[in-house]
Design a protein around this ligand. Structure first.
Ligand code: SF4
Ligand code: SF4
Length: 384
């Protein structure tokens, strides 16, 4: 891979990419209809080799990266995961495996722990076996996840569980939290679906109503109070969808600010959804990480504030939210430079109001969900 040819001034002008996400593969045995992977992931068959990944880790660490997440697809599909974990540990990263638990075994957990893996997050689709397996597109997924969550804890890791909530499971949030307590979880992320990739395709079937969301938040708060009274260590983190907010999220804490995502084929992105934008993003096979982060057009496109049109340009909140999410602006308005339509100051905010109204009118029908799999991705590619 290339090395950088920057001068000292260039090198000092941009903060380091503290958070490196390695999307090792788009292969995954599950088919979640809310997966944030690109709709055309089937196009991307090439994956970086073990040596190329380790070189990415080395260069990013040199630039200041400290946290490394192994993600995908399902990262356990990569047979070289233990080797990659060892290399990351030797470089001094704090490492996190983000997994569905499918493909994990007791022996693999021990091996990954021996290689120096710091943290494992296991995701569930629901607390009910039938719903979980329906959403995962696998009859065996739930039992495997339960066994592996317990095995992760038995190996001495904190139990970190992630549930993506949406219209089809959010009314069972009580049961989700009960399951987490039964499993002796330490941290639970109850993350309401955000609408990128396959989730955006399935938005009408996934977006909860405002009432569903408010009830779920209230139930979570009641559980927090109950757990606090019992001095229970489990922390419940509730992430609401920004579609019901009046201000957008500070997406990635700012474009090219601290987050660096490397996709399976080596394309470098400032967030995992950015590939859909009409911007040319660099590849680690052609450029050094330093060039990608500090100099490349893709990473400088929306850095800072100079690119902002009104109303963000003269807004006194722009330091807080950076104008929101560029992908959301692009998906909803066709122009990634627009203010995120979630913002009530955006001239496009009516698009969000329409989506909320549509959610109120929708009568759920899970048979309309499009599952994320190779066949569906090929069909989407063929349709253009
Ligand atoms: S969201 Fe589901 S389908 Fe997508 S990578 Fe994760 S487990 Fe696989
Ligand atoms: S106008 Fe732009 S900067 Fe101001 S709050 Fe809305 S999105 Fe944020």
């Amino acid at each position: 891979m290339a090395t950088s040819g920057l001068n000292a001034n260039d090198k000092n002008s941009v903060s380091p990419p503290l958070w490196l996400l390695a999307e090792l593969t788009y292969r995954c045995p599950l088919q979640c209809p809310y997966c944030s992977n690109p709709l055309d992931f089937a196009r991307s068959q090439q994956e970086l080799t073990t040596e190329q990944w380790i070189e990415v880790f080395r260069q990013a660490r040199e630039l200041g990266a400290a946290q490394l997440g192994f993600s995908g697809g399902e990262p356990l599909v990569r047979q070289d995961l233990p080797e990659l974990v060892r290399a990351a540990r030797d470089l001094g990263y704090y490492t996190n495996l983000i997994t569905s638990g499918i493909g994990l075994t007791d022996d693999k957990i021990v091996l990954l722990s021996d290689m120096g893996l710091d943290h494992i997050q296991v995701s569930f689709q629901a607390a009910d076996e039938e719903v979980n397996n329906m959403l995962a597109g696998s009859k065996k997924a739930f039992a495997q996840k339960l066994a592996m969550a317990r095995a992760v804890k038995a190996q001495g890791y904190p139990m970190v569980l992630n549930f993506v909530t949406h219209r089809h499971n959010i009314d069972r949030i009580d049961r989700i939290i009960e399951l987490c307590i039964e499993l002796d979880a330490d941290y639970v992320e109850l993350a309401t679906c955000q609408f990128y990739g396959w989730a955006d395709l399935n938005k009408a079937e996934l977006l909860p109503t405002r009432e569903q969301l408010q009830r779920a938040e209230a139930v979570t708060q009641q559980w927090r109070e109950k757990l606090a009274q019992q001095n229970h260590p489990c922390k419940l983190i509730f992430v609401a969808p920004d579609y019901y907010d009046e201000r957008p999220k500070a997406c990635m804490s700012g474009w090219g600010s601290l987050f660096l995502d490397i996709t399976p084929d080596g394309t470098a992105l400032p967030c995992h959804s950015a590939r859909q934008l009409p911007i040319e993003f660099p590849n680690v096979k052609d450029h050094s990480i330093e060039h990608i982060w500090r100099v490349s057009g893709g990473f400088n496109h929306f850095r800072g504030h100079d690119w902002m049109p009104e109303p963000c340009r003269s807004c006194d909140e722009k330091e807080k939210d950076y104008g929101g999410c560029r992908c959301q602006a692009y998906m909803l308005t066709g122009d990634a430079a627009n203010a995120d339509p979630v913002c009530s100051k955006s001239p496009h905010h009516d698009l969000i109001l329409d989506i909320r109204a549509q959610a109120q009118r929708t009568i759920s029908d899970p048979s309309r969900l499009v599952y994320r799999n190779e066949k569906a991705s090929q069909a989407i590619i063929a349709r253009g």
